[in-house]
Design a protein around this ligand. Structure first.
Ligand code: PLP
Length: 407
């Protein structure tokens, strides 16, 4: 008899987005004349930058002739893209990252989900709350947790992000080996300072732990004092892996391209205490289970680093950040405390009542859809997430309606 991986049975069905869809459909049926504006979207809405489209088209044409056709590429990515990333995303900021430490992939979701394969099942794992659910679920699937009880999995260390700590978790009270951090954060939009991030690096060095740093929203950072990469900080090369994506920075959510940095100094240990290179292990995993991102997509991603591409991506993100400012102003005027939105596309609003109650009130009274914070973890209760990924016209209309309804 074939048995299943029973750890999958521990997973909590994510009712978040289906619940939202169900409530919206019910509302629409009752009020067919009311127009609904979706402010809960975690997906970009603006088209790809023209520089990327040009490079994409040109690369597709190359595939049409036998002289320039390409079959399988290197699993780790073409060097034209890895070199461009190393130079523009890291070396230009004084972060020492070499092209061969960069692994191109089809998404930061896959990479943040797959990385845990490299570590022992008894590794003690610390995960922020609230946060992007992928880190949690992939560790449950692998069997690194016990059952789900009172809203949390047994055997994990949750790093609470609350108003009290400014939505930046404090160091854990108990020892941990593997630490997930996500800044700028999804869903809170909060950021981490260099000094705060340094405390995590120092902790990891002291405890021979590893930080998995998800910087998917790095391109939204406008405050120049904030770190864009963990490698801007001392000692990070020995204890941190960083995840980046073109999804939010250049609108690649449907095109698919991302990358992971595994520095050659990064080590983890066998039971005898002997150090092993994580770069070598990830290279083995990646080249065994992944066959590379398509050539045209890598050319489109490379174009992000051209002068034209840089300007277009900056304008793309500035557009979302202007939406975020409108949302923040509207919340200020109504007296709702909030964070995020300055260096991130999300505004995390204290709802002064249950997340779902506020969701229903927004929908009924303003025809606006948000994301209830409780869907991102226990600490998200009492919050909602508003997303700046939308057209200016929709954001303006939604904020006017909220202002009228909630005055
Ligand atoms: C959107 C997002 C990603 C990027 O995922 P892709 O698979 O590259 O599209 C990664 N981490 C977080 C926190 C995100 O919100």
């Amino acid at each position: 008899m074939l048995h299943i991986n029973e750890h999958y049975l521990k997973l909590q069905a994510s009712y978040l987005f289906s619940d939202i869809a169900r409530r919206v459909a019910a509302f629409q049926e009752k009020h067919p004349e009311r127009e609904i504006i979706k402010m809960g979207i975690g997906d970009v809405t603006n088209p790809l930058p023209p520089a990327c489209i040009q490079a994409f088209h040109q690369a597709v044409d190359e595939m049409a002739s036998s002289e320039s056709f390409r079959g399988y590429g290197p699993e780790q990515g073409y060097s034209f893209l890895r070199e461009a990333i190393a130079k523009h995303d890291f070396q230009s900021r004084g972060a020492k990252v070499d092209a061969d430490e960069i692994f191109i992939s089809d998404g930061a979701k896959c990479d943040t989900g797959n990385i845990q394969e490299l570590f022992a099942l008894d590794a003690r794992v610390a995960i922020p709350d609230p946060v992007y659910p992928v880190y949690l679920d992939t560790n449950v699937m692998a069997g690194r947790t016990g059952a789900f009880q009172d809203g949390r999995y047994q055997g994990l260390v949750y790093l609470d992000s609350t108003a009290e700590n400014g939505y930046v978790p404090s160091l854990p009270q108990e020892p941990v080996d593997l630490i997930y951090l996500c800044f700028p954060n999804n869903p809170t939009g909060s950021t981490i300072t260099k000094a705060q991030l340094q405390t995590w690096i120092d902790y990891a060095r002291e405890h021979k732990a590893l930080i998995l740093f998800d910087a998917a929203y790095e391109a939204f950072i406008r405050d120049e004092s904030l770190p864009h990469s963990i490698y801007e900080l001392d000692g990070a090369r020995e204890v941190a892996i960083e995840f980046r994506s073109f999804s939010k920075s250049a609108g690649f959510t449907g095109t698919r391209c991302a990358y992971t940095v595994v520095p050659k100094d990064c080590m983890a240990y066998d039971r005898e205490g002997k150090a092993h290179s994580l770069h070598a292990l990830w290279n083995r995993r990646h080249s065994t289970k992944f066959n590379g991102v398509s050539y045209p997509v890598q050319r489109a991603a490379e174009a992000v680093y051209s002068e034209q591409g840089k300007a277009e991506c900056r304008a793309l993100i500035d557009d979302y950040l202007a939406n975020a400012r409108l949302i923040a102003e509207a919340m200020d005027q109504l007296g709702y405390a909030h964070v995020g939105g300055k260096n991130a596309p999300y505004i995390w609003v204290q709802s002064k009542r249950d997340s779902w109650e506020f969701f229903d009130a927004l929908l009924e009274q303003a025809g606006v859809v948000c994301t209830p914070g409780a869907g991102f973890g226990k600490c998200g209760q009492g919050y909602i997430r508003l997303s700046a990924f939308n057209s200016r016209a929709n954001v303006e209309k939604a904020m006017e309606r909220i202002a009228t309804a909630f005055k």
